[in-house]
Design a protein around this ligand. Structure first.
Ligand code: GTP
Length: 595
């Protein structure tokens, strides 16, 4: 059997899904993909946001013009920085990639990052300049950028359009000719890489695997290299699309394995499967257990929904080894959960799913990173929860995670973007010119890009800047905890950790913003920011003058009802703090404190 395993990588919106669909259509698999969408691809959000979160690989049959037949496995990769580890594992299941670049946009931040992930995995890169049907397309320019920035010869690029179908035949021929066949010995001890998985209520966790060496069959006793756990294999098979049951999977093949695994943590992405009786000596390198890096508190607006929230979180976790949660209690918000995510997008996706699929109303607290504290007594501990921070006098050193951030943008916006990065405590590493555009590489505290950074970057570059990042380690920082008081009561869930130099400015903005969003009460309510009990900013929610209903006296009853309904709706996301009702927006005041 002639096999080619490949993936398509691109910057967001450069046309990956459209091109994949066109290839499927060409190879007669289109109708089946629609079926697959209904069965496996249950993430409605994915379609709405136009980003790929999780998809199954697709096995395609290709007959060359000369009559030779090939099996092509197209492996999808998630296209976002939050999921870079998953991307790298999916790439490790391939021998080559199609690297797409939009002919009207050129190379963007994620083009570069994805290309380097492919290079690190020793993959053959087939450059494809896509969307050449666009009037603004500059295919030669885009190909030249690939050469200048990544070192891929411009003449290797295939010009194509997923939309009009130009270049699809050339792409298929290039997959067969340029991407090498998978190596591996079917007789060797089994070594298979898990590159994705999902939870099925009947069969347990279904593992997506790439067999690197050896053969796996139903009824084998398999072992997970890193967890050391073993399971009896129930079924194996391929994707066609959909899960097709087969007899075995051997070196070079891509397929799935079901082994009644109940807990997704027992078989994580990146781990190696081998056989218990004849284990491989060497696992696939680079295994990292999924580790959340961004944390936030999630509380039901209605305290009676606590149990419902817990059940929903448990269900989501079944399918997502990277997502964590543990119960947390806040004086202000009551009972809720501290949740851990791979990044902000991951957090947003989970929150939206909770609200949409489980019909929950939630209050989310500001996202935080994991800080490392060394106390004056020598003790070291990590926390991501501002509420757990000891008082300043007990802390010797605070360290925070840093990222290497790369931003790609047109040169006319470089000034304001550099200023933004400076405000966020960024330190410039390099600046590369790519034609009329610039790649900036900065080291920045991770916490500084958690809030409104991406939006600000987009707005000051008129939408032209793109970014990507990776976490590079911990560094010391002069950080302080800013507490927020509403009506003289401390609201634990609103505390934030911030750099000393920005504490006053941020405190000012949070209290002003809160005073704006807290509805007026019968009396004036003070909102204050403080560091270690010392007030640094104060704003007042003014007392309210008129009863809303006063206006309607004698008026028609339906109007009165409408007003009351409106008030009720507004209340949906309120949380009672002492005697004051605080809306959800207030908890995110820190997120929208534009400077
Ligand atoms: N003119 C033109 N438009 C295209 C072409 N391919 C894709 N598009 C459009 O570009 C947009 C993004 O296309 P997608 O295929 O969703 O892009 P994607 O890279 O899969 O996006 P993500 O999944 O978000 O990474 C859509 O509006 C498409 O209609 C093309 O060849 N020509």
């Amino acid at each position: 059997m002639n096999v080619r395993n490949f993936s398509i990588i691109a910057h967001v919106d450069h046309g990956k899904s459209t091109l994949a669909d066109r290839i499927l259509e060409k190879l007669g698999a289109m109708g089946e993909r629609d079926k697959r969408d209904q069965t496996l691809d249950t993430l409605e959000l994915e379609r709405e946001r136009g980003i790929t979160i999780k998809s199954t690989p697709i096995r395609l049959n290709y007959t060359r013009p000369n009559g030779d037949t090939y099996v092509l496995n197209l492996i999808d990769t998630p296209g976002h920085v939050d999921f870079n580890y998953e991307v790298s594992r999916s790439l490790a299941a391939c021998e080559g990639v199609l690297l797409l670049v939009d002919a009207s946009q050129g190379v963007e931040a994620q083009t570069i990052v994805n290309a380097y992930l492919a290079i690190d995995s020793n993959l053959e890169i087939v450059p494809v300049v896509n969307k050449i049907d666009l009037p603004a397309a500059d295919p030669e320019g885009a190909a030249q950028e690939l050469e200048d920035v990544i070192g891929i010869p411009a003449e290797d690029a295939i010009f194509a359009s997923g939309k009009s179908g130009i270049g699809i035949d050339d792409i298929l021929e290039a997959v067969v000719e340029r991407i090498p066949p998978p190596p591996g010995d079917p007789q060797a001890p089994l070594k298979a890489l898990i590159f994705d998985s999902f939870y099925d209520a009947y069969q347990g966790v279904i593992l997506f695997v790439r067999v690197l060496e050896g053969t796996i069959r139903a009824k084998d006793e398999m072992m997970l290299y890193h967890t050391g756990k073993s399971f009896g294999v129930d079924k194996v098979g391929t994707f066609s699309p959909g899960l097709i049951v087969g007899q075995s999977l051997q070196a070079g093949e891509v397929g799935w394995v079901a082994a009644s695994i109940k807990d997704i943590h027992d078989a994580q992405v990146g781990d190696t499967i081998t056989l218990k009786g004849n284990p491989t000596q060497e696992p696939f390198p680079g295994f990292k257990p999924a580790q959340p890096v961004v944390f936030s508190g999630l509380y039901p607006t209605n305290t009676e929904e606590y149990r419902k929230l817990r059940e929903a979180l448990e269900k989501l976790k079944l399918n997502d080894a990277a997502f964590t949660f543990e119960p947390e209690t806040s004086e202000a918000l009551g009972f809720g959960f501290r949740c851990g995510f791979l990044g902000l997008l991951h957090a947003e996706i989970i929150q939206e799913r909770l609200e949409r699929e489980y019909d929950l109303d939630l209050i989310a607290t500001a996202p935080a990173v994991v800080y490392r504290l060394t106390l004056t007594n020598g003790e070291v501990f990590e926390t991501q929860n501002p509420a757990e921070f000891p008082t300043r006098d007990r802390i010797e050193v605070i360290e925070e995670p840093y990222i290497k951030l790369s931003v790609m943008l047109p040169e006319e916006h470089v000034g304001p973007v550099m200023q933004l990065l400076q405000e966020r405590r960024g330190v410039m590493q390099t600046m590369n010119y790519v034609g009329k555009r610039v790649e900036l590489i900065y080291e920045v505290p991770f916490a500084e890009i958690l809030y409104d950074f991406h939006d600000r970057l987009k707005s000051i570059s008129r939408g032209y800047a793109s970014m990507d990042y990776e976490i590079i380690g911990y560094r010391e920082g002069d950080l302080v905890k800013v507490d927020i008081y509403v009506n003289q009561e401390i609201v634990d869930a609103l505390a934030v950790i911030v750099h000393e130099d920005r504490a006053y400015g941020l405190g000012r903005k949070i209290v002003d913003r809160m005073a704006d969003v807290i509805p007026r009460q019968m009396w004036a309510v003070p909102v204050q920011a403080a560091i270690g009990g010392k007030i640094i900013a104060r704003a007042t929610v003014k007392a309210f003058r008129k009863d809303v209903l006063a206006k309607c006296y004698g008026g028609d009853i339906s109007r009165k009802k409408k007003l009351l309904d409106k008030q009720k709706k507004g209340k949906a996301r309120m949380k009672q703090i002492g005697t004051v009702e605080v809306p959800q927006e207030a908890f995110l005041a820190v997120l929208s404190t534009d400077e």
